[in-house]
Design a protein around this ligand. Structure first.
Ligand SMILES: *Cc1c(COP(=O)(O)O)cnc(C)c1O
Length: 396
């Protein structure tokens, strides 16, 4: 535990509300604090350590790369960057990849691509990008404007021009798109994460996708949280039977090493040519080596099957808890191992009590407890989690 003295002495800018734990070590589904207390980590560092903490395969690959080359800039070809782009395009419907360092940056790249496409290809000088209520796209000025949530935007005016918000999962609202000839793109999460673990309805996605196709509007999905196996497929769009024009990925892509990527179909990327976008660290040898090792581990260890099996088991167990605690749990929702418990009480109370029993979970808004285990978890760990949750709910 950090005592109050230690936190008073902190010189770190207080932009985060932090739990009173000092993290020292992680392995698999567990983390240890400075006192040696062991926690079952069902946050995965916010959907990032999808292979568990410090996975051997990624550790070995990055260690080897550390011996050879850390950084060389994008003035040269980088073999691990080429390889990761090849793997990503081979495993998805996309043709090209732009690398950056975070989810917000990947979304910035998508926003720039959409504007460039509108400006240069469609000849629209004042394009708008449509995003949706309860979304979360990041904290840069562009992406916080894209994020249709007042609490994220508070105090940062003037916001960026060129965004329009529509209600999520609302079929009627889509007529806006068909009747607006300034629309360059839509940007959406197929399973909203921070906004409350809300999956998009299939019918709504079909309709939105069709309108985009008919009107040459780019269909862009933010899979920063839902990607890299989190929902049971490598990316969630595969389960909707549609092909987006652009996809953004980050969090789990480097197993904890910072990396972001924007994937696009060639037609959507037509406006991007040498000089139109860049990043010093984007696609850096260490980061892309972590990415390659992550995706290769997915194949070698059949991580997607584990993710599906664990997701089915966990959601069954959570549904049983919901039946047992009808007054406390309103619904269980999500996909794969991106799960939310909608609670009648503040979700933070559940999170705090779970932590007191050495199990880590998150909130997603005030009334949703978010559960994001490593995809590599197992029945035994899920049982421990459920038993702890049962105990905690019985005391609330
Ligand atoms: C976390 C997240 C982001 C922002 O990613 P950063 O790496 O924090 O910039 C964007 N979109 C979604 C859906 C996210 O969950």
């Amino acid at each position: 535990m950090l005592d109050s003295q230690t936190s008073l002495l902190s010189s770190v800018m207080p932009t985060y509300k932090r739990f009173p734990i000092e993290m020292k070590k992680g392995k698999g589904s567990y983390v240890w604090d400075a006192d040696g207390t062991k926690y079952l980590d069902f946050t995965s560092g916010i959907a990032t350590c999808n292979l568990g903490h410090v996975p051997d395969s990624v550790k070995e690959a990055v260690s080897e790369q550390l011996e050879n080359l850390w950084h060389c800039s994008n003035l040269y070809h980088i073999p691990s960057q080429e390889k990761l782009a090849h793997l990503l395009t081979e495993k998805t419907c996309f043709d090209q990849v732009f690398f950056c360092n975070s989810g917000a940056e990947a979304n910035e790249a998508a926003i720039k691509l959409a504007r460039r496409y509108a400006n240069k290809i469609k000849g629209i000088k004042d394009p708008t990008i449509v995003t949706f209520t309860h979304s979360f796209h990041g904290r840069t000025l562009g992406t916080l404007t894209a994020t249709a949530q007042k609490k994220i935007q508070d105090g940062f005016s003037p916001l960026m021009p060129g965004f329009t918000y529509l209600p999520y999962n609302d079929l009627d609202a889509l007529s806006y798109l068909a009747h607006n000839n300034h629309c360059a793109a839509v940007l959406l999460e197929l399973v909203q994460g921070e906004g409350g673990v809300i999956p998009a309805d299939q019918e709504w996605v079909n309709e939105l996708h069709q309108i985009c196709k008919d009107n040459d509007i780019l269909f862009m999905v933010d899979e920063v949280q839902s990607g890299v196996g989190r929902t049971g497929t490598l990316y969630a769009y595969e389960q909707y039977g549609i092909e987006p024009d652009v996809l953004t990925s980050a969090k789990g892509l480097g197993s904890g090493f910072p990396i972001g990527a924007m994937l696009a179909k060639s037609a959507a990327a037509k406006g991007f040519e040498p000089g139109s976008h860049g990043s010093t660290f984007g696609g850096n040898p260490l980061a892309t080596t972590a990415g390659v090792a992550t995706l290769e581990t997915f194949d070698k260890e059949d991580i997607l099957s584990k993710s599906i099996e664990n997701g089915n088991y966990l959601s069954e167990q959570l549904s049983e808890l919901k039946d047992k605690y009808k007054k406390l749990i309103i619904s269980v929702r999500g996909k794969g191992l991106l799960l939310g418990l909608e609670t009648a009480i503040p979700a933070a109370d559940v999170v705090t009590k779970m932590r007191e029993h050495q199990v880590l979970i998150l909130t997603a808004g005030e009334k949703v407890a978010r559960i994001l285990p490593p995809l590599t978890t197992n029945k035994e760990e899920i049982d421990t989690f459920i038993q702890t949750m049962d105990l905690v709910l019985s005391q609330l």
